[in-house]
Design a protein. Sequence first.
Length: 187
Amino acid sequence: MEKQQRVLVVSFPAQGHISPLLKLSIQIAAHGIKVTFVTTEVEDGAFMEPLPEEQSSITLISIPHCVEEDVRNDALKTVETIESIRRVIPVYLEDLIAKINQSDDEEKISCVIADTSVGGALEVAKKMGLEAVAIWPAGAPCLALAAHIPQLLQHEIINNDGIVMKYKPIMLSEEVPACTWGSSDIG
């Protein structure tokens, strides 16, 4: 019997991350590849509803919440939430991959496709000898801005805590309008 390929897709638990990665998973499955889609529990559970029968080659797995409810429901504690997710998910993924690969000789996970917001997933793939693919579900200007953080720090536009120090327009390219952060925009 021919072995069927299986990939593990790991998403950050927010709609703007889950939706594009689920769409990608559907496209991958359309090519006959099994997909195991993993994210942490979502508040309303809307994204972890069973998929239609035609998507039966996609398995949804929800990791129990990695943070306490008071932190999870406090928008000001976003950093704590992200840090908690980044601590818990790698341990969970390593265990999940090992269990799947030990229990199913025909459908071993050979590749991890991970949202860049979920720290540690790509390192787990590398450690386990799997192919790893990083996905940035946000827009290209966000990636460009994130990639230029060292320059923003060097030119003292932001400080080490990410707080804007100089209220000057930031222009990523001629095609993208400049954005200016003023004190009222920050908080």
